[in-house]
Design a protein around this ligand. Structure first.
Ligand code: ADP
Ligand code: ASP
Ligand code: MG
Length: 409
């Protein structure tokens, strides 16, 4: 007998029929004698619908009220799944995040989990219940409902697995594992049987939405056994996240390709090139709680240089305003220009550590397609480039092929 946390995403609970299907799957595990906590997302499309409603009423929805509202999506799902389980004669009980007491900080719409109360859950498990817990939400110390950021149900699942020391956290979704890249963009993408923690951490942070980044961080911190599988296929093995450093010799140098449309690029032109200038530009942006991602400073000519960086697309207008109103007059820059039609494409693989020439191959492949690279960043196990958004899918496809990711090893 094992203790599993199973998380079912929005598509998997997208209709009452699908919820009944999830209940049947859960019943199978239950019949095998496993202890189960099921985490569910809102029915697909529901979170977007709720956010749109808020935007109809308030131009910049109050974050506390937004959380009160969007958390209802998951509340509906847990009740429906509990009912579906009861229909199969299984003792089931639903919990919202606040009822469990998933304690978070007060950063509404992107709260972090601080602590999970185990007592009620342990008692219910002992009494033979299958627990159904609402993903994506918690409550802060004052009792206000909070949410964990888009895709946050993954993090609820992994955090529960860490807190309760479950044997495995299983993320059930609409694909049967983690692929070499998003199979919606590249149909030849292959499922990986395993992926190292470091690789999935990079892929998630570089835009692969198959797992929320924070769920991967949580898994790494507590060494949670984490697996991604399909809720539509019987008995698949999915993809297991591994924590060991070494892999077999036959492994590909590159494991996967991630991409992200959610960025925007800003360039401050004609900046006087003297010490402290990077801080004077990036400091006020960071103070406004805006994350700066890639940064490039050109060589200077006649004491002037250009300084470019990327931010999340949702922060673009805000950042432009800060730069134009506060920074440009202050530092005497010539102009501030920007655009949000860019995308970041990244190749990721721990094998890069021991192989040279990956960057040059990547740049050659893109050049052969006439794709201009606007920015580059690298780390030990990834190379990222910024390209015009309209070339993103082409870039992903040609790189996937060039690095033989469609080949079975
Ligand atoms: P859920 O609603 O179950 O949380 P998501 O839509 O958040 O599902 O995540 C699953 C989706 O992630 C897949 O349908 C797929 O299009 C996308 N995806 C992006 N990158 C990858 C990848 N490398 N492997 C598998 N799926 C990926
Ligand atoms: N329902 C939330 C979202 O759409 C959380 C999740 O699905 O993980 O972002
Ligand atoms: Mg998701």
């Amino acid at each position: 007998m094992a203790f599993y946390i199973q998380k079912y995403g929005g598509t998997s609970v997208g209709s009452t029929e699908r919820i009944k299907n999830v209940a049947r799957r859960v019943a199978k595990f239950h019949a095998q004698g496993h202890q189960l906590i099921i985490v569910v997302s809102a029915m697909s499309g529901e979170t977007n619908r709720l956010i749109a409603l808020a935007n109809e009423v308030q131009s910049n929805p109050d974050p506390r009220e937004l959380d009160v509202m969007v958390s209802t999506g998951e509340q509906v799902s847990v009740a429906l799944l509990s009912m579906a389980l009861m229909e199969l004669n299984i003792k089931a009980k639903s919990y919202t995040g606040a009822q469990v007491r998933i304690l978070t900080d007060s950063a509404h719409t992107k709260a972090r989990i601080l602590k999970i109360d185990e007592d009620k859950i342990r008692d219910d498990l002992k009494a033979g219940y299958v627990l159904v817990v609402a993903g994506f939400q918690g409550a802060d110390a004052a009792g206000s409902i909070t949410t964990l950021g888009r895709g946050g149900s993954d993090t609820t699942g992994v955090a529960l697995a860490a807190a309760l020391k479950a044997d495995e956290c299983q993320i059930y979704t609409d694909v049967d594992g983690i692929y070499t890249t998003d199979p919606r963009i590249v149909p030849e993408a292959r499922r990986m049987k395993t992926i190292t923690f470091e690789e999935i951490l990079e892929m998630a942070s570089l835009g692969s939405k198959v797992l929320q980044l924070r769920s991967v961080e949580f898994a790494g911190k507590y060494k949670v056994r984490l697996r991604v599988l399909s809720s539509f296929i019987e008995d698949g093995e999915g993809t297991l996240i591994t924590y060991e450093e070494e892999r077999g010799m036959e492994q590909a140098v590159i494991s996967g390709i991630a991409f992200n449309r959610d960025e925007a690029k800003i360039t401050v032109l004609g900046v006087p090139d003297h010490p402290g200038i990077a801080y004077q530009i990036v400091g006020p942006v960071a103070d406004a709680n805006i994350d700066v991602d890639m940064i490039i400073q050109n060589v200077s000519h006649d004491g002037l240089t250009d300084f470019s960086f990327t931010v999340h697309r949702g922060d673009f207008d805000n950042t432009m305003e800060i730069l134009r109103d506060k920074i440009q007059p202050h530092i005497g820059a010539r102009d501030v220009i920007g655009g949000d039609r860019i995308a970041k494409v990244s190749v990721v693989g721990v094998g890069m550590r021991s192989h040279a020439g990956i960057a040059s191959k990547m740049f050659r492949v893109l050049a052969e397609e006439g794709i201009n690279i606007q920015m580059i960043t690298t780390s030990e196990i990834k190379i990222s480039v910024v390209v015009d958004e309209k070339y993103m899918e082409l870039a992903v496809r040609v790189l996937h092929k060039a690095f033989d990711l469609d080949q079975v090893f």
